[in-house]
Write a protein that binds this ligand. Structure first.
Ligand code: DX5
Ligand code: ZN
Length: 215
């Protein structure tokens, strides 16, 4: 059974309290929170004050995905804001190992995100230190994009790598997840499905979450 992580990016920002209540009543497991800085990605989303408020309104695990440069500057601030899982991009970190240690020293779970062009092999020497790989299945920056099909091969390769080394790292797929492709993504070896548009763009988000959950 997949861990379902609805992405706030596609929620109605004028009704965040209602969206949190809806998620609290749903079968969702995590709340995926996308932070963008306009430098690492060509878009700006929301940041620490918004996450602080979400933390008060949600009983779900706060899964914070940082699409920002120099994430180490803000690790503590995101912990204080209420992040349970903090994910940084491999492409944004010169000292990735140090950043991961910093996240773990603050008692958060640590994730590494990789862009669609980044080979899973580059995770070899960090895999034993992390809890989660966030594999981007679209180019980060925007919700509602189309799933990149080559991601399926990457999921299988990473699943094999994790199994061979007997690790417990979770594979999270982020971008373009739909009711149509979710099953293939799970079968390839994913543990966590992020979904923005598919959930918040549907007429009955709770039901859509239940459907994703039951795949
Ligand atoms: C994209 C974000 C995603 C986004 C997914 O940069 O990291 O989390 O919200 O949105 P959908 O599910 O609509 O592709
Ligand atoms: Zn994300």
């Amino acid at each position: 059974m997949a861990i379902i992580a609805p992405s706030l990016l596609s929620a109605d920002f004028l009704r965040l309290q209602d969206e949190c209540t809806m998620l609290n009543e749903s079968e969702a497991d995590w709340f995926h929170l996308d932070v963008m800085d306009g430098r690492f990605v060509p878009n700006i989303s929301f940041g620490i004050p918004v996450i602080k408020q979400i933390r008060k309104a949600t009983n779900k695990i706060c899964d914070v995905h940082l699409m920002i440069v120099e994430p180490e500057k803000y690790t503590e601030a995101f912990k204080t804001a209420g992040a349970d899982i903090l994910t940084v991009h491999l492409e944004a970190c010169t000292h990735l190992h140090r950043n991961i240690q910093q996240i773990k020293s603050l008692d958060m779970q640590a994730g590494v995100a990789i862009n669609p062009h980044t080979p899973v092999d580059l995770l070899q020497d960090i895999l034993q230190d992390i809890d989660l790989v966030c594999m981007m299945s679209v180019n980060p920056g925007f919700g509602g994009q189309k799933f990149i099909p080559q991601t399926i091969q990457k999921i299988m390769a990473l699943r094999k790598m994790i199994a061979e080394r007997k690790l417990q790292v979770k594979i999270e797929i982020d971008g373009g997840v739909t009711l149509e492709n979710a099953k293939d993504i799970m079968q390839a070896g994913a543990d966590v499905l992020v979904a923005g548009n598919t959930i918040f763009g549907s007429s009955n988000p709770k039901e859509t979450i239940a459907k994703l959950k039951s795949l």
